[in-house]
Ligand binder design. Structure first.
Ligand code: PLP
Length: 390
């Protein structure tokens, strides 16, 4: 019989279906709050100015496309480490990092590294979460346990549920945390909550894996990394999966990094050897162009300044739309307090379908919205349309 006879059809990606329906809708006032990318006031996801400038420099001056190693562009990873982790943690002799194909590649590499550790840790993930989180760890053969992260009734972080679940974890288990701009809820951990988590994680000997995919799109570059840095300072071992795909708007270029903080300096090289070996087996080496762009920007003060200005404009636009939604209805007030692209509307599947049919508003059944899909005009229409369902 055929090698492939055992394969069955898989359900289509829920968001792709939403994109398809939105595209086919002829109504001119249609609104897409489904797709998870930043969009400007006109609905576009433009190439950032600093990225264009860096690309021009690369085109002019790049003199080889020769292979790099499995680590990718190490200077990119090192410059990015300072931005993400801050100088002190970045320069620690307990840290090592490699370039990866996006945040997804970083998570998968972290999962493979964990799977090769010779232990059999459980990976703890708060829900709801990015739909790819659980499958990435399962695909590496790890056991996953999910627990409450969000309290839908209060539209806030369910800290009690989180701490209760993690107090059942065993030493060496992995705790996956969103560094900032939680996807899909936008719910932010306070400094006190980060401290409570760090205390528990340190006391129980757990290993945090921080997924930082939106640095700079929440409160600011350093503010968005503060919780992660606090955690890294509190524990011996940690992993950080980073994506430049949103904050540099490089989505399809697949730009990420994975950092491992080891317990001791002498533990670093075996970890690094394992990372390079696993990377070689999976993708040999990461794609270069996007990382070369980020390196070019971070190496140059003018380009860095241009990038920071544009990133801060993006952040301000997201915050303004959030504020408008928050003012529109008391049930939406939490959206103004939260951060990043995403928020979860407290509505069911029927309401989602009805918004689509009656108002040409497109979102997945979960009620997750990308607030950057709205602009200063459509936000009012959107709020009025959603109101009856709240
Ligand atoms: N982690 C989270 C929480 C995300 O939302 C995403 C992308 O949507 C990623 C990781 C992966 O990002 P990338 O496109 O860099 O693989």
């Amino acid at each position: 019989s055929s090698l492939f006879a055992g394969l069955t059809r898989q359900p289509p990606d829920a968001l792709l279906a939403v994109i398809g329906m939105h595209r086919a809708d002829p109504r001119p006032h249609k609104i897409d709050v489904g797709v998870g990318m930043y969009r400007d006031e006109s609905g576009a996801t433009p190439v950032m100015r600093a990225v264009k400038a860096a690309e021009e420099r690369l085109l002019k001056h790049q003199d080889s496309k020769g292979y790099l190693g499995a680590e990718g562009d190490q200077r990119y990873t090192d410059l990015l480490a300072r931005l993400a982790l801050g100088t002190k943690l970045a320069e620690s002799d307990r840290l090592t990092g490699v370039q990866t194909p996006g945040g997804t590649g970083a998570l998968r590499l972290a999962a493979e590294l964990t799977a090769r550790s010779g232990r059999a840790p459980t990976v703890w993930i708060g829900t709801p979460t990015w739909p790819n989180h659980v499958p990435i760890f399962l695909a590496a053969g790890l056991a996953v346990e999910t627990h409450a992260y969000f309290d839908a009734d209060r539209s806030g972080v369910d800290m009690d549920g989180c701490l209760a679940a993690l107090s059942r974890a065993r030493a060496g288990d992995i705790v996956v945390l969103h560094g900032c701009c939680h996807n899909p809820t936008g719910a932010r951990l306070t400094a006190e909550q980060w401290t409570a988590l760090a205390d528990l994680i340190a006391a129980r000997g757990l290993v945090p894996l921080i997924d930082l995919a939106y640095q700079g799109l929440g409160q600011g570059l350093d503010a968005d990394a503060a919780g992660m840095r606090l955690l890294l300072n509190a524990v011996p071992e940690a992993m950080v999966a980073y994506s430049c795909d949103k904050n540099f708007a490089l989505y399809r270029e697949r730009v990420g990094a994975l950092w491992i903080q080891a317990a001791t300096p002498s533990a670093v090289m075996p970890v690094r050897d394992a990372l390079l070996m696993l990377a070689r087996w999976i993708w040999s080496m990461p794609p270069d162009h996007g990382a070369a762009i980020v390196r070019t920007i971070l190496e140059d003060d003018n380009l860095t300044q241009s990038w920071l200005t544009e990133l801060s404009d993006m952040r301000a636009r997201i915050a303004a739309i959030r504020a408008s939604l928050g003012e529109a209805h008391p049930v939406l007030a939490h959206i103004a307090q939260q951060e990043g692209l995403f928020a979860l509307l407290p509505i069911d599947k029927t309401a989602v379908a009805s918004l689509r049919d009656r108002h040409a508003i497109y979102m997945p059944d979960s009620g997750r919205i990308n607030v950057a899909g709205l602009n200063s005009v459509s936000v009012k229409h959107f709020a009025e349309a959603v109101m009856p369902y709240l």
